[in-house]
Design a protein around this ligand. Structure first.
Ligand code: ADP
Ligand code: MG
Length: 378
């Protein structure tokens, strides 16, 4: 960790953001409330984050000139998504404070590396192998036993770049994809998917958010329920995993940890994200501070705050295919609904356009019934 990463920046100073997506947008909205200024680098003009930043730079992430311009204007740099070249981030890190560090990015953007890091930290994960040919995939399947999941090593998200193999007749990835490296992993018959958001500050303090339960549709997050309806022992174990990872990885910022809960209560970690996460969006309306404020606190060196729950809540994503029905229902939403819309110009199927948080003192069951009555997501 470079010594510059312990620098504290104060409200009024400027945070440069690599990436112009919705995560950047929400971290900027929270950060501006605290008085920070923001400049965003994104290849597209009018990006979700660019719209709410003090300034946007239009440029590619691999353009040294664009990086120069971003660094010129920033007192500190963060990344809001992981498909950035870690060497570029390393270059920035040598010049400007980049508290998250390039290591966390290097570990989490490559599924093979990610699994090594988890194993080194003695965190339980599904059995896996990393291979580069069809023959090796078949050998791995022989050993792991079907069903298996094949995943691309880098660049996959929302279930893209994944193949579930239940029989050998199921479609396999194309050869050119296999040659770049494939993770062959045991298919896990989990009973629940949960996740934990954990923040770590410059001075090493750690704050863990209570586990939430996630429901996916077509491998894209559909709904998050907070708190996760799990036994006390499982909650403790999930939070302990989060502490353990945060202490061992020694990152600064926010880490999201996706986990599978098995029928016997075993927890396996599935995926890490080196940033605020979709499943943490519910914190915006039911926890103080939310994951985005906590992230800004962590990277700027402001003290972290212990997350305090205001109520229970449910988050539901609004994807491109929901946009029309959402606009129709906008006037009818219940009073406990809070809309977060990302300002993306084109609605595509599967694209995350926004989300709605439902927060209430009513039981999760009542809240769920209320959500299920809204004709947006059928
Ligand atoms: P990403 O979120 O980057 O697309 P994930 O590894 O989180 O990739 O996979 C997306 C979803 O696919 C998971 O949330 C889970 O529902 C399902 N999935 C992934 N790996 C497995 C597995 N080994 N066994 C069963 N389901 C899986
Ligand atoms: Mg995932």
């Amino acid at each position: 960790q470079s010594s510059s990463s312990s620098a504290l920046i104060v409200p009024g100073q400027t945070i440069g953001v690599l990436g112009g997506g919705q995560l950047g947008r929400m971290m900027i909205l929270e950060g501006r409330r605290l008085g920070y200024r923001f400049v965003v680098l994104d290849p597209a003009l009018d990006s979700p984050a660019g719209q709410v930043a003090d300034e946007q730079i239009v440029g590619e992430y691999d353009s040294p000139m664009a990086m120069e311009r971003l660094m010129d204007k920033s007192d500190l740099v963060v990344y809001e998504f992981e498909n950035i070249d870690p060497d570029m981030v390393r270059m920035i890190e040598a010049i400007k404070p980049l508290p998250q560090g390039s290591n966390l990015l290097r570990w989490t953007r490559h599924r093979g590396q990610e699994r090594k890091v988890l194993q080194d930290a003695q965190i339980p994960i599904a059995s896996y192998q990393v291979v580069t040919s069809k023959t090796q995939i078949l050998e791995a399947i022989e050993e792991l036993q079907l069903p298996c999941v094949l995943k691309v090593l880098t660049g996959g998200y929302d279930g893209k770049g994944q193949w579930v193999i239940r029989t050998l007749d199921d479609p396999f990835p194309p050869v050119e994809v296999i040659e770049k490296g494939i993770l062959v992993e045991k298919f896990i018959p989990y009973v629940k998917e949960i996740s934990v958001i954990v923040a770590r500050g410059v001075s090493g303090e750690v704050e863990v958010y209570p586990p939430v339960m996630n429901i996916h549709r077509n491998q894209i997050l559909h709904m998050t329920i907070s708190p996760a309806p799990i036994k006390e022992g499982i909650r403790e174990r999930a939070e302990q995993i989060a502490y353990q990872l945060a202490s061992q990885l020694r990152f600064v910022g926010v880490l999201a940890i996706e986990m599978f809960v098995l029928a016997d209560g075993t927890i396996l970690v599935n995926e890490l994200a080196p940033r605020p996460h979709n499943s943490g969006h519910i914190t915006m309306d039911i926890m103080n501070p939310c994951q985005f404020e906590q992230f800004v606190r962590a990277v700027t060196g402001l003290p972290l705050r212990k997350p305090a729950r205001k109520s229970t809540g449910i988050m539901v994503n609004l994807l491109g295919e929901h946009q029309e029905a959402f606009f129709e229902q906008l006037a009818n939403l219940p009073s406990c609904a809070k809309v977060h819309w990302y300002g993306k110009s084109v609605a595509k199927e599967g694209r995350k356009m926004g989300h709605i948080n439902f927060a209430g003192d009513s039981s999760l069951q009542d809240l769920l019934e209320l959500v299920n009555e809204i004709p947006i997501w059928e």
